[in-house]
Ligand binder design. Structure first.
Ligand SMILES: NC(=O)c1ccc[n+]([C@@H]2O[C@H](COP(=O)([O-])OP(=O)(O)OC[C@H]3O[C@@H](n4cnc5c(N)ncnc54)[C@H](O)[C@@H]3O)[C@@H](O)[C@H]2O)c1
Length: 444
């Protein structure tokens, strides 16, 4: 099939590359020419395991091409995906400027009747807004008559595992207004749908809500566990034991039950805000969602505050910081909890040496030279003369440090384990002052 994907960020680039990988002819369209030039030279704009190989293979065989020119990319498209960003507006609602602009461009430039599919995460009712824009643009074009159907196909890929998630999805949510469009989706996704039917067909509004509901449910589990962790710290109890006890109930299941320093990234924080805003706009209070957001804000600030307080009496304190990306496997720093920790410590004049396997390039733009944070090539290079070790992201390379070496290099013995990677008792036996998340055991 002939496909165009508008927006070649995380979602768009992965979508375009994976569709080309299974044999479709795909144009990736983006207004950022620098990004496109980089991709064509093999410089991926994002860190995503396996992506560069697929992109380069399909560039070479010409099934995947990139352009900033809508007319070129859309000339023979049968299916056009909208995969542009939907950042939060000032009031928390999703800013649809990019989606509506891309839809207008699609209608102005497409060369034939087609299916326009919203992959971006958009609030319920956006399908109708896109339809309106498309109808206006088509009316302005006049003849030859072109028909564009608008459908919803929200994306569920996880950063760090995006290629695998796209090629082997748990489910493919499809929201249509016209039943005949279902056949197009079945053809498009047939290569990913062989061993069982993963397509869940529904109306467009339900599809739009499903995406937000899924992210809200996952964020709820995280905030719930963070709240339990605060209780564990206050009354004595170990959230890790509680997690195992909870997760072994098949009605609850083990996933997304890790206490930590709060969720971040490009999706959960903005989608939670957008969902609250949707609820408010139609007079439906979403009290659970409000609480999920508040608990997360508190959790992120609380961890940063704990570190800052412990260092407050020291003369020229130094911190070794392990991990910056909002989660392992990505260089995405959007709403990363590390930003709150770093900004809080820098405001107090703390010197930081940090390492992250993927995100340091992005971080150098956030905290340029002279900000008080240095980025170093290895986890060990953070340690010399540090008073505290602060672990923010659970990359594999931080899981089993050589503690003898760590102790040899550091001058202090403060350990803030924001991801509960280490055993508190063992660390205390070694002489560390250990602070995890919800690891305060009852002495009784
Ligand atoms: N990142 C994720 O893990 C993820 C997962 C599921 C869903 N989503 C949703 O997918 C959407 C895209 O997210 P992302 O993380 O890929 O965003 P991104 O910021 O990485 O990429 C968006 C791209 O769109 C381009 N763009 C913006 N306006 C354009 C226009 N008018 N014409 C052409 N290109 C344009 C930008 O230059 C950019 O390259 C969002 O709605 C997001 O919520 C993201």
């Amino acid at each position: 099939m002939r496909i165009a994907v508008i927006g070649t960020g995380y979602v768009g680039l992965v979508t375009a590359a994976c569709l080309a990988e299974v044999g479709q002819h795909v144009w990736g369209i983006d207004c950022d020419r620098e990004k496109l030039a980089g991709i064509e030279e093999g410089i991926m704009p994002i860190h995503e395991p396996g992506l560069d190989e697929i992109v380069m293979r399909n560039l070479r065989n010409s099934r995947l091409r990139f352009t900033h020119d809508y007319a070129e990319g859309l000339a023979d498209a049968e299916v056009i995906f909208l995969a542009v960003g939907t950042p939060p507006d000032e009031d928390g609602s999703a800013d649809l400027t990019h989606v509506l602009e891309a839809a207008r461009q699609a209608a102005q430039h497409v060369g034939r009747s087609c299916l326009l599919v919203t992959k971006s995460t958009v609030p319920v009712g956006t399908g109708e807004k896109v339809e309106q824009i498309v109808d206006q643009a088509l009316a302005a074009r006049g003849s030859p008559p072109i028909e564009i159907h608008v459908a919803s196909n929200p994306e569920f890929l996880r950063e760090g595992q995006a290629v695998g998630d796209f090629l082997k999805p748990d489910r493919i949510i499809v929201g249509v207004r016209h039943q005949e469009d279902v056949a197009v989706f079945r053809r498009l996704y047939a290569p990913f749908n062989r061993n069982r039917d993963r397509l869940l067909i529904m109306d467009r509004r339900s599809a739009e809500i499903t995406k937000y509901a899924a992210n809200a449910m996952l964020a709820t589990r995280i905030s719930f566990m963070n709240e339990m962790a605060r209780l564990c710290d206050a009354v004595g109890g170990d959230i890790e034991a509680v997690r195992r006890g909870l997760g072994s109930d098949p009605r609850i299941g083990p996933h997304f039950l890790y206490a930590g320093i709060g969720y971040g990234g490009s999706c959960f924080p903005k989608d939670i805000k957008a969902l609250r805003s949707t609820g408010a706009s139609v007079g439906v209070p979403l009290r659970v969602i409000d609480a999920v957001h508040e608990v997360n804000e508190e959790q992120r600030a609380h961890f940063a505050e704990q570190v800052a307080r412990a260092l407050s009496d020291m003369h020229e304190p130094r911190v070794a910081l392990w991990g910056l990306a909002f989660k392992p496997g990505t260089d995405d720093m959007r709403e990363a909890p590390s930003r709150i920790v770093v900004d809080r410590l820098l405001a107090d004049g703390v010197r930081i040496r940090a390492h992250d396997p993927a995100a340091m390039g992005v971080c150098r733009r956030i905290w340029p030279e002279g900000s008080g944070i240095d980025f170093v090539a290895t986890p060990e290079a953070c340690l010399p003369q540090a008073d505290a070790l602060v672990v923010v992201t659970e990359w594999l390379c931080f899981r089993e440090p050589d503690w003898d070496e760590v102790e040899r290099l550091m001058r202090g013995r403060l350990l803030f384990d924001g991801r509960n990677l280490y055993e508190p008792e063992e660390m205390r036996r070694r002489g560390w002052q250990y602070t995890g998340v919800g690891r305060g055991r009852c002495s009784a």
